[in-house]
Write a protein of this length. Structure first.
Length: 409
């Protein structure tokens, strides 16, 4: 009985009362009446309304449920275009989060672009949670004429795709695929001409595939006796992290990435950093026998060179670092915007082209009272605020590990 779930609200308990079973809905399933009448809490209704039900919008051509969270960057990125659909088609968009109401309200306060839209929350373990089972977010459900017609991602929906799918054109809206839950060789079927075949094994690398959730799957012992390594829709930066096995060094720190050219080694620039973050790749390698993960990642590094003409390796490099030390302690202004020096240095080190920032380990939790949110402060402003809080900087030379990228001609 779902009514025994401890996290449910009173509204949800009432809606679940008497319900003994509900299976995860599949494409083509009708929405059960219990789901039509389940109250969903509204976080910011313009008229102060507290709840809605799907039944309130049963006459709409489409009802689109979008499961999201305030911490999910892809969810937030795709929300604006999804919400705009209501201006061009007869639909109701229902963004759903299971987070606390005050957290959603805080998110809306800090993101003015969403303040005019309605947002909703649901309870873990409720009917809607179990009826629309998912392994990740974003997760978007399209309902048409009382039936589920698509499980997809928000960026794959458009007015034309909705119309085509509703008209019976199967696959008009690409399906969301969880790589880790799929038993298919999804990646190897896309571009046969790019396969590199040898002794019964192969590798293939190509661009992004619509509908596949970014992910990695390593299967060292297939039923066939072989092994398989798959990467779906990963940024080039993350692929390099897998290939080198030391992504913690550079994934969030562009100043630990250097470019090797004919004239020597230089720091990465902003355009190159964006290229690494936004270029997405898919990759698969198949081995006819049991294989080790270390060998698979080493082959991945070789295939980056073979397919993309990119050599990447971790090397010890002498470089200049700005070390932060507190020269004097200042008074603590009364402000809620307080961050550790470690958090501030982390943000500073995400700005390409700056000298990397370090600090003594014993000062990593020292507090800096910014007076503004860390996310809204520029690097120059952070430098100024650190100085005002009694922090000084000393330029030192040290030998540290960096990612060295060589782009072959």
């Amino acid at each position: 009985m779902f009514s025994n779930a401890p996290a449910q609200s009173q509204d949800t308990l009432g809606a679940d009362a008497g319900l003994t079973d509900i299976k995860p809905l599949q494409i083509g399933d009708k929405i059960p009446e219990e789901l039509w009448h389940l109250p969903l809490q509204i976080v910011n209704h313009p008229d102060g309304k507290d709840t809605i039900t799907l039944n309130d919008y049963r006459d709409k051509e489409f009802i689109i449920l979008d499961f999201w969270a305030t911490w999910c960057a892809p969810c937030i990125k795709e929300l604006p275009s999804l919400l705009e659909l209501k201006d061009s088609i007869d639909c109701k968009i229902i963004p759903l989060s299971d987070e606390p109401t005050d957290k959603i309200e805080r998110f809306l306060t800090n993101n003015p672009m969403f303040r005019q839209s309605e947002f909703y929350k649901y309870e873990r373990g409720s009917i809607i949670d179990k009826g629309f089972k998912r392994a990740s977010i974003p997760h978007t459900v399209v309902i048409h004429e009382g039936k589920v017609i698509s499980f997809t991602l928000p960026n794959l929906i458009s007015v034309k795709k909705l119309a085509d799918q509703a008209a019976g054109k199967s696959g008009a809206i690409p399906m969301k695929v969880e790589l880790k839950n799929s038993k298919d060789d999804l990646l190897t079927l896309v571009l046969d001409r790019d396969k590199k075949i040898g002794l019964g094994g192969f590798s293939v690398m190509f661009g992004p595939i619509e509908g596949i959730v970014p992910g990695v799957r390593w299967e060292p012992e297939l039923q066939t006796g072989g092994a398989r390594f798959q990467i779906a829709n990963y940024p080039l930066l993350s692929v390099m992290a897998l290939a080198t096995g030391q992504g913690h060094i550079f994934l969030r720190n562009p100043n630990r990435i250097l470019i090797r050219e004919k004239g020597g080694i230089r720091p990465i620039n902003t355009a190159e950093w964006d290229w690494l973050k936004h270029t997405r790749l898919c990759y698969e390698s198949f081995y006819p026998c049991v294989q080790t993960y270390e060998k698979a990642t080493e082959d991945l590094k070789g295939n980056l060179l073979s397919y993309r003409n990119i050599d990447c390796r971790i090397e010890d490099v002498s470089s200049e670092v700005t070390e932060l030390t507190r020269s004097q302690k200042t008074g603590h202004p009364k402000t809620k915007f307080c961050y550790s020096v470690g958090e501030i240095a982390f943000v500073l080190n995400q700005a390409p082209g700056r000298i990397p920032v370090s600090y003594p380990e014993n000062l990593s939790n020292e507090q800096v009272y910014l007076g503004i949110e860390l996310s809204s402060a520029s690097p120059d402003m952070l430098d100024k605020l650190l100085s005002e809080q009694g922090w000084s900087k000393e330029l030192i030379t040290t030998r540290e590990k960096h990612l060295i990228i060589t782009k072959k001609d």
